[in-house]
Design a protein around this ligand. Sequence first.
Ligand code: PFF
Length: 468
Amino acid sequence: MALGSDSRHGMWSSRWLFVLAAAGSAVGLGNIWKFPYITGENGGGAFVLIYLVCVALVGIPIMMSEVMIGRQGRSSPIHTMRKLADKAKRSRKWTFIGWMGVLAGFIILSYYAVIAGWALKYIWITGSGSFQQATPELATSTFNDFLADPWQLIFFQTVFMAATIWIVGKGVSKGLETAIRWFMPLLFILLIVLLGYSINSGGFAQGWAFMFDLKFDQVTPETWLIALGQAFFTLSLGMGTMMAYGAYVPDNANIGSTVVTIALLDTVVAVSAGLAIFPIVFANGLEAGQGPGLMFVTLPLAFGQLPLGAVFGTVFFVLVSFAAITSAISLTEPALAYLVEEYNAKRKRVAISLGVMCWALGLGTVLSFNIWSEFYVVGDLNIFGFLDYLSQNVMLPLGGLLIAVFAVWALPAAVREKQLGLRPGVVSIFWKIVGGIVAPLGVLAVFVYTLLPVFQRLVEMGASMLAS
Ligand code: PFF
């Protein structure tokens, strides 16, 4: 497990390929679909600022910790944690991080595939020209009608899941790396085209103000939890993905600058998506807080007004689907690498079994948008709401907190210094303070503030059930 050894699953051929692969994991539905819609639901400006603070002060140090642990262990997160805990003479209970990551990846992929299926469907309908000069009402009803039909949702979810399993089963090949090399710049170009449109849409000033005017009166402790959860989700942190990818990073790559590059790329895509979407919302009198449908209503409207909109629209949704698939692949990597190592199992077989189980769990999400929309698991959370909340707001931050504590306080100092290239001194102390104190305490504070009332409510509900 010492530096210098290679992972049995293969290695990235250079630092840049790691940047591409990690950016492929980070940039996905979280940036283009989720960031704008939760910004809309949480009142805009202040939320964006809190999110950026979370990325800088919590996301970046935790990503450094994950990559560093991964490169030191050079195995799946579960085995890496076991090896490093043994080596540092710490409890094996630290492998909990790996197990929770496997579970979180499974839960996230189950609903991720459903939403990615929507993007697949939109390749189709934007391409057919249905949105040519469409009205906001038509765009809204097209989306609502689609969601009301579980069979269609299942069809596209299945297509997406099958494609993911197929790629994962084959192994992450050069093909994928080449594709990422092409699709990232293309995605940027199309986002710029959309930005150009939204600047001229008549709603840009309002959209800009919505995203950047600070309205602190709308901030509650829960806003912090949601922003923090989003930072983890969008950077693929807290569940061992970056640890698994870190296991394939060459020894000579500088972890600090690599991680900052990945986080910057991810943030630029998210903020550009928001700036492309909100002006269209305001120019068309739509609702900023409308939830998961936001991107699927606003962007087709914009494409419907643009020259060659059907072509651009199709290309855009192809890119979104591609961004989603590179993230989906990374969601499976912690579980897959573990099962291959532990049972010497064939990658393909493991991929199919995991994929089928995940698909089945995804049916709960499909039905949350129609037949079971009012079937609540807890409070006002239906199945999708619950899985989303649990994975993003609880499991990922908890995983991240433990990872940071382990990296800074449990690993021997020599390992940290070797991995991060930090000589004992100012930079090393800075990383220790941010990674080992600020980030974990930040996560903890947000947890305590937000989840305490939730626990209290659950206890009260339990007590009243017992009493009746
Ligand atoms: N970062 C991805 C996105 O923003 O869409 C989602 C994701 C991928 C989350 C991988 C977690 C993960 F491990």
